[in-house]
Ligand binder design. Sequence first.
Ligand code: IMP
Length: 179
Amino acid sequence: MTSTKPDVMISEAQIAQRVDELAAEISHDYADKGSLVLVGVLKGSFIFLADLSRRLTIPRTIEFIAVSSYGSGSRHSGAVRLVMDVRGNIEGRHVLIVEDIVDTGHTLKYLVGMMKSHRPASVRSCALLHKADRAEVEVDLDYIGFSIPDEWVVGYGLDYAERDRTLPYIGIVHPDDRK
Ligand code: IMP
């Protein structure tokens, strides 16, 4: 655990308000499409997915997928690796990938391709956070909670080397704290 608490970038109240807005927008967009499958990307999206899914007003089911794209710190390790695929049958279903954060875009690009291989009716994506300045590949991000600067952030599901994942807010990990 870090000894000092990370500085607040986005407060609990700001997150709650934005998750409400995203849930309203998604519920509106899928209102006449039947049931939606939310595919949460482990581990980082678990808190966002829990809050977002409970605020939707449309029929929905939950799936999880796990990938690994970083080592134990903040450095990109290269290729994205599938650790766990969805369990349910998503063929012909409307899929919404729920990500904690889109950084370089490699993970989301890989995930969209993976989901499409299951032949769903549609695939869209939603990320709580987006580091737009860091994009290395072009990805279609349909719903974005907050665009943030190039800082390493933790909390609300996001970690730094497994630390600070359960902070209730989004905090900044300064380079000096990355030990
Ligand atoms: P991308 O492939 O570079 O877009 O990386 C996406 C993944 O990197 C996310 O799902 C996170 O697991 C991780 N990641 C990127 N930036 C951060 C950050 O600031 N804090 C925590 N995790 C991050």
